[in-house]
Design a protein around this ligand. Structure first.
Ligand code: UD1
Ligand code: CA
Length: 494
């Protein structure tokens, strides 16, 4: 029965070396939890059922697994008595005993690839073995179970580090931990596993010796790419696996036609999608579910998380999250795109501009030094330099609407809720508190007062030192004479 596969993922261990309140298997590598990577790889065996064994911090691990794979069965192992015990609990958690092939994997091997797992299962089934070991030959086998072979190269068993003789410790072929079983054999073997060993644990690896005793076929399938079976036990290993996965991801994108100027400083999460002829400049992180369409140039020094960038767009030195950048649009340098930003085709968000919940229509531009929050801007509109969309009145957020083809002056404040009509204009320094109809010009600053001879008067005053009046006004020279102070206008930094 080639397509009757049950996968058991072991994830009950403590992960103490992570020194974390976050369970080990929930630590992320390239934007996905380690166990999330494993569960994704497992899918390529088209499993009939998947069981995850949880124990330590199971109230965090369990819901995470079920969110990723709702049909996954959770088996609870209260105390970690060994891998053999864990698998027994997994089998007992199934509504019916497994048939066909049972694959055991660990929840902390993020680099594991579906293709390798599928090939391993195919090989196991073709050879009609009771047990197959996914093994690997490593330079430093310390800590691993060693694969024992006889004179003719036949696999005889697995011996754990702590139980191994000095000669056995020299063996460099190790058990990766990934095993495939004939289900019927496994069900019979599990109760026969004892715990009379150096760790006092029920070793799943004892099944290899048991199959031998029964005269059944066992074998090991060495994987060339050992990294795929490596787990992360501490943060240093986590970072190493992350760097390796990123290297693989970036290499794959380059092979698919993406230009990456500096792979070492480019980070691309697993779920990111890039089109051919995208160019990524140094210091760029593309995270989460970010998608970039062809001919776009991203970077340098840009972080985009869950963003969508259209064809031929340019995003320079920008931090963006949950934002959409239209075809041919330009962003940056030094722009901050917050969730709900949607920049239309050919539009521009320029230097030192922050946007949030802002729809900026096709061809519209916010070129300089502005905050655009809770706004709808039509097409072909230009927002003047230094404009604040004052969206917060201290209690609630309000929306500002600007129509098509509008031109607003520099240093404006739009006190929401307010709307500026199609083709309308505003003067420099305008505080817009009332709607501006289409085609109108709004100005709010009073007429300019020019006080002639001011400098001379000041010089004369300064010469007249010691006068009490002088001391009183010291330090106030920057106050704008003759103009009333601006009424307070809320702008929430949130
Ligand atoms: C195990 C293997 C060893 C192999 C190595 C690869 C056994 C006896 N040994 O050793 O041959 O080379 O993995 O990394 O199987 N777990 C549970 N419940 C338990 C015990 C473990 O869920 O009661 C889980 C752990 O969370 C972990 C995995 O099983 O994900 C392996 O457990 P660990 O204790 O790390 O096994 P090793 O001693 O490293
Ligand atoms: Ca281990």
């Amino acid at each position: 029965m080639p397509d009757d596969v049950t996968v058991i993922v072991l994830a009950a261990g403590g992960g103490t070396r992570m020194k974390s309140k976050v369970p080990k298997v929930l630590h992320e590598v390239c934007g996905r939890s380690m166990i999330g990577h494993v569960l994704a790889a497992v899918q390529s065996t088209s499993p009939r059922q998947v069981v995850t064994v949880v124990g330590h911090q199971r109230h965090q691990v369990g819901p995470h697994v079920q969110a990723l794979l709702p049909e996954c069965v959770l088996a609870v192992q209260e105390t970690q008595l060994g891998t053999g015990h864990a698998v027994r609990i997994a089998v007992e958690a199934l509504s019916a005993p497994p048939s066909g092939t049972v694959v055991v994997a660990y929840g902390d091997t993020p680099l594991l690839e579906g293709d390798s797992l599928r090939a391993f299962v195919a090989e196991h089934e073709a050879a009609q073995r009771a047990v197959s070991i996914l093994s690997g030959v490593v330079p430093e086998p310390f800590g691993y179970g060693r694969v024992l072979r006889d004179g003719s190269g036949e696999v005889r068993g697995i011996v754990e580090e702590k139980d191994a003789t000095p000669e056995q410790r020299e063996i460099r072929e190790i058990n990766s931990g990934i095993l495939a079983f004939d289900a019927e054999f496994l069900i019979g073997a599990l109760p026969r596993i004892g715990n009379d060993n150096a760790k006092g644990e029920y070793y799943l690896t004892d099944t290899v010796g048991l199959a031998q005793e029964d005269g059944l076929v066992v074998g090991a399938w060495p994987i060339d790419d050992v990294a795929q079976t490596e787990g992360a036990n501490d943060r240093a290993q986590l970072a190493e696996l992350g760097r390796e996965m990123n290297r693989r991801t970036v290499t794959r994108w380059m092979r698919d036609g993406v230009t990456v100027m500096d792979p070492a400083t480019t980070w691309v999460d697993t779920d990111v999608v890039l089109a051919p002829d995208v160019t990524i400049l140094p210091g760029t992180q593309l995270l989460g579910a970010t998608a970039v369409d062809e001919d776009s140039v991203i970077g340098p020094d840009t972080t985009l998380k869950d963003c969508e960038v259209g064809k031929g767009a340019r995003v320079v030195r920008t931090h963006g999250e949950l934002a959409v950048v239209g075809e041919g649009a330009t962003v940056g340098p030094f722009s901050y795109l917050r969730p709900g930003t949607r920049l239309g085709a050919g539009g521009k968000i320029g230097a030192f501009v922050e946007t949030k919940n802002a729809e900026i229509g096709e061809g519209s531009k916010v070129p300089h030094l502005s905050y655009v929050g809770d706004a709808t801007i039509g097409r072909d509109t230009n927002i003047g330099a230094g404009t604040i969309f004052a969206n917060y009145d201290g209690r609630r957020k309000h929306r500002t609407t600007v129509g098509d083809g509008a031109k607003t002056g520099s240093n404006n404040t739009f006190v929401a809720p307010v709307s500026i009509g199609d083709g309308a204009m505003t003067g420099g320094g305008t505080v817009v508190r009332e709607d501006v109809p289409p085609g109108a010009l709004a100005v709010s600053a009073g007429p300019q007062r020019t006080l002639e001879g001011h400098a001379e008067r000041r010089a004369a005053q300064a010469a007249d030192e010691g006068s009490p009046e002088d001391r009183e006004t010291a330090g106030e020279h920057s106050a704008d004479p003759g103009l009333g102070s601006r009424p307070p206008v809320g702008h929430n930094p949130d």
